[in-house]
Design a protein around this ligand. Sequence first.
Ligand SMILES: C[S@@+](CC[C@H](N)C(=O)[O-])C[C@H]1O[C@@H](n2cnc3c(N)ncnc32)[C@H](O)[C@@H]1O
Length: 286
Amino acid sequence: MDQQVSGADINADQVDYWSGQTGEKWAEGQDKLDAMLAPFGKAAMEALDLKPGDHVVDVGCGCGDTSFELASRVGPMGSVLGVDVSAPMLQRAGERLGDAALGHLRFAMADASAFGFEPEGTDAVFSRFGVMFFRNPVEAFTNLKAALRTGGRLGFVCWRSLDQNMWVSLPREAALKHLPAPEPVNPDEPGPFAFADAEKVTDILRDAGFHGIVLERFDTKVRNNGSLDEVTEFVATMGPVSRLLDEVEGEVRERAIDEVRDALASHHDGQALRLNAAAWIVTARA
Ligand SMILES: C[S@@+](CC[C@H](N)C(=O)[O-])C[C@H]1O[C@@H](n2cnc3c(N)ncnc32)[C@H](O)[C@@H]1O
């Protein structure tokens, strides 16, 4: 793995966030998370229409699942560069790379908004839920556009709004019955739902110099395998609801988790939890 210094202090809070406990949890839960997110990544890859021999950048590649899939799609004549700021997640990606020994796939620890990509050296920029965390998204996408050859493609998947994503909103509302009201979410702050507004995403990409910008709805259910207790434990320790629960402890926390379990029960079929999810598949050209 290239050990690049992360280039932009502007994203320091996100670098800390993804390099700390959150990144460690993602690295530990990698198999499960990849299974849950795979349909979204595949939909964005299909939209990108990759060809053998393409050179691709995977932005916010995390533990590398999509980078491996991209590498197999472009083949040994192409290449994939996975870029991420999270040391624990990239360490997991590196371990997996060791097993696979793919010469045309490499990872770099760097802030994608400031990384010195080879100018116009890339055919396609891809991301599965890795582009909503830039403090200055226009600057970040301007840097990504500079990496693309003229006519090169951008394709990523991002979440639509919280209220359309029941996999978060349902357990969140249940937990909040027992927790202090959180600060209202500022849609301009970096975070999972920062790209929910189609007009805002279109403006960011246009200001960064992209054209042919298309946002398509992608609606499915997130499938979380395991018993009701296992999926409740997962929701309580990973992702947006766990961040709320981390604010409290003791009996209050236990009551909130029981409430979450009760809310999830009617969406659990004995094998898995299935809850509605809503994303944008975004494509554009440089
Ligand atoms: C929701 S996770 C998605 C990870 C991975 N794409 C997946 O689908 O499993 C978001 C990822 O974006 C990365 N990230 C956040 N800000 C970044 C930045 N400025 N440059 C590169 N990666 C970043 C995080 O470290 C994290 O790995």
